[in-house]
Ligand binder design. Structure first.
Ligand SMILES: [Zn+2]
Length: 78
């Protein structure tokens, strides 16, 4: 198993989003970190996310990368 697969197995998207300060509402929606908006249109699933506003899509690692401008290997070490 690669480190990426391991992280994806251990960390779910909603809890890491909360951990990094995103406001996750009851239906697991957040304000999209990739475009500016006032009402949440980015849906968090356990293993990935999808934004209905801008079409942004990815897993927990790409979320961390986009939030913090990290490389994949940096994203798994935080
Ligand atoms: Zn978006």
């Amino acid at each position: 198993m690669t480190i990426f697969e391991e992280v994806k197995k251990l960390v779910d998207v909603p809890s890491s989003a909360r951990h990094y300060g995103l406001e996750v509402n009851r239906s697991n929606m957040v304000c999209c970190p990739f475009h500016s908006e006032r009402t949440p249109s980015c849906k968090l699933y356990d293993r990935n996310f999808h934004c209905f506003g801008c079409g942004g899509h990815g897993d927990v690692i790409s979320l961390m990368q986009k939030l913090f401008g990290l490389t994949p290997i940096e994203a798994v070490s935080i």
